[in-house]
Write a protein that binds this ligand. Structure first.
Ligand code: NOJ
Ligand code: CA
Length: 557
């Protein structure tokens, strides 16, 4: 049964899923809600508390569902409203919450609203969109899909005006200055929350309102609108949450928490690329620096920390120099790039090095915030950079070494996407069944880490973080603290063996116990604490008050 803790999102581990990619229950080659419901046991077993499902609404799929053509219906291939409800009920019976994408900056040009609007300049729906006689307004609004679009305006032949679109030209932006639009979007929200959703991941949050003379991002009007939505959700659907997709510099992204009255969660976009930069340079500075810039936040809010998602690894909010480092290190082939980013999964970005994958996850699981795992990354799934757009990171989930990786019994040609067969990542060995059998697999390790994280409250969102200053820039070092519990975390970002000398006098008398294996380490004293650390490896040390005779330590091993 669902617990009624209103702060549930603070202790949760999230998991991101495109419905079409998870499991195909009726063998038409496309994943669906029934299939998703059948696989909830797997997620429960992994330790997942909440799922984020990607857009499942009716759509011509020109942007994989982020182009909605009817807010009130489900894409038939994914199932019926009853299948959706059944899926939510099953998730809730396992105490798993479900949030879904709320895509309200724009809709599909196939939506009846837009088809009406473009009929004539005096159509009642005309003012639901943003029109202009010239493409010159809002000049300072950047183009986001730079590989495909050269302007944020597209010409509508039938009504002889331009309409504004922040993404593909097939995705006209809604006009938020129109109160009818704002009311309708509130109805959309109510509709899905009434069907049992636990909240939303709000898409493209910064762009809702536009104003001449600004870059049309993060405007006060946009913040106010989300505050109104939050209030409505708190009043009418207590316990539901809003997660912001606001890919911005730290000063702007922090503002989406408001005073604890806007979003409960926001993706930590500034942090994510800097984790990869820190690895590339064997220097923790970029990560520590950005965390200092993104804290503190209001007490009822958390950063959502992620390593990868269904989009390219975006490099919009980094300096030119940092972007060069990222391309040089992680996108050596031009096909690996799209727009201002890198379309690769976590395992290929890590050169399929399990120590690197584990190191990144261990950082994610121990920084203050709510971690979110992208489906398949718990297995070390590969990608296919030749599939176009961002499809290479959206291939079928790999369940077993059966046909189609156990995802579907359709003919392989009928699958919405080919499975990964590259020998380094072949589904025949990278799959749930095979990895469940091996205690040494990435999947088994992820499961273990999630359960360890859950036993130490200081690792969760509400714990404080204290950076330990020391001279070795290769080793990222901090202490997480909550009430009287402490976890000392050390990560060797480099590919060499190294050591640190830590000034831990403040903790003298405490005894580090390695949290995953339970191994005892020498007590902390007045001298510098000396510790060696292998390449790309890490320690989580629970700092305990010794209750026993230390001379027995080795007998315990
Ligand atoms: C962000 C989504 O994550 C991405 O997949 C989509 O293309 C754009 N928003 C436009 O909705
Ligand atoms: Ca299906």
């Amino acid at each position: 049964m669902m617990n009624d803790n209103k702060l549930w999102y603070r202790d949760a581990v999230f998991y991101e899923i495109p419905v079409k990619s998870f499991y195909d229950s009726n063998n038409d080659g496309i994943g669906d809600f029934r299939g998703l419901a059948m696989k909830l046991g797997y997620l429960k077993n992994l330790g997942i508390d909440a799922i984020w499902i990607l857009p499942f609404y009716k759509s011509p799929l020109k942007d994989d569902g982020y182009d909605i053509s009817d807010y009130y219906s489900i894409l038939p291939e994914y199932g019926t409203i009853d299948d959706f409800k059944e899926f939510i009920d099953t998730a809730h019976s396992l105490n798993i919450r479900v949030i879904a994408d709320l895509v309200v900056n724009h809709i599909s040009d196939q939506y009846s609203w837009f088809m009406e609007a473009r009929k004539s300049k005096d159509n009642p729906k005309r003012n639901w969109f943003i029109w202009s006689d010239t493409p010159d307004k809002f000049k300072d609004a950047r183009v986001i899909f730079v590989d495909t679009e050269s302007s944020n305006w597209a010409y509508d032949q039938s009504s002889k005006q331009y309409y504004f679109h922040r993404f593909y030209s097939s995705q006209p932006d809604l006009n938020y200055d129109n109160p009818e639009v704002r009311d309708e979007i509130k109805n959309v929200i109510r509709y899905w929350l009434n069907l049992g959703l636990d909240g939303f991941r709000a898409d493209a949050v910064p762009y809702l309102f536009k104003r001449e003379g600004t870059n049309c991002e993060n405007l006060p009007e946009t913040h106010n609108f989300f505050k109104e939505i939050r209030k409505m959700m708190d009043d009418e659907f207590p316990g539901t949450i809003l997660l912001a997709e606001a890919n911005q510099w730290p000063t702007e992204s922090r503002k989406y928490f408001g005073n604890g009255d806007e979003f409960q969660l926001a993706f930590n976009f500034p942090l994510m690329p800097r984790m990869f930069i820190a690895l590339a340079q064997s220097d923790y500075f970029p990560v520590e620096d950005i965390i200092k810039q993104t804290l503190p936040i209001p007490g009822n809010c958390d950063w959502c920390i992620f390593l990868r998602n269904h989009d390219e690894l975006t490099l919009e909010m980094v300096t030119d120099k940092e972007r060069d480092i990222m391309y040089r290190e992680y996108a050596k082939i031009s096909k690996m790039r799209i727009n201002l980013g890198i379309r690769r999964r976590l395992a290929p970005l890590s050169d399929n090095d399990i120590a690197t994958i584990e190191l990144l996850n261990a950082i994610m699981f121990s920084l203050p915030g709510t971690p979110i795992i992208y489906y398949g990354d718990e297995l070390g799934m590969g990608d296919n950079i030749y599939l176009g757009d961002r499809n290479g990171v959206r291939t079928p989930m790999q369940w077993s070494y059966d046909r189609n990786a156990g995802f579907s019994s359709a003919d392989s040609e009928a699958l919405y996407s080919p499975v990964i067969t590259n020998p380094n990542y072949n589904y025949e060995s990278v799959n749930v069944e095979a990895e469940s059998r091996l205690s040494s697999s990435l999947l088994s390790w992820m499961k273990k880490m999630i359960s360890v994280r859950k036993t130490y409250k200081e690792l969760l969102g509400r714990g404080d973080i204290k950076f330990i200053e020391q001279k070795n820039k290769r080793v990222f070092t901090y202490i997480r603290e909550y009430e009287n519990q402490r976890m000392l975390c050390l990560f060797n970002l480099s590919r060499s063996y190294t050591y640190v000398e830590l000034d831990l006098r403040e903790y003298a008398g405490l005894k580090p116990v390695e949290a995953i294996s339970g191994s005892y380490f020498p007590r902390i004293g007045e001298l510098k604490y000396f510790i060696t650390i292998s390449p790309r490896s890490f320690y989580w040390f629970n700092l305990t008050v010794p209750e026993r005779d230390d001379s027995m330590d080795f007998d315990e091993l």
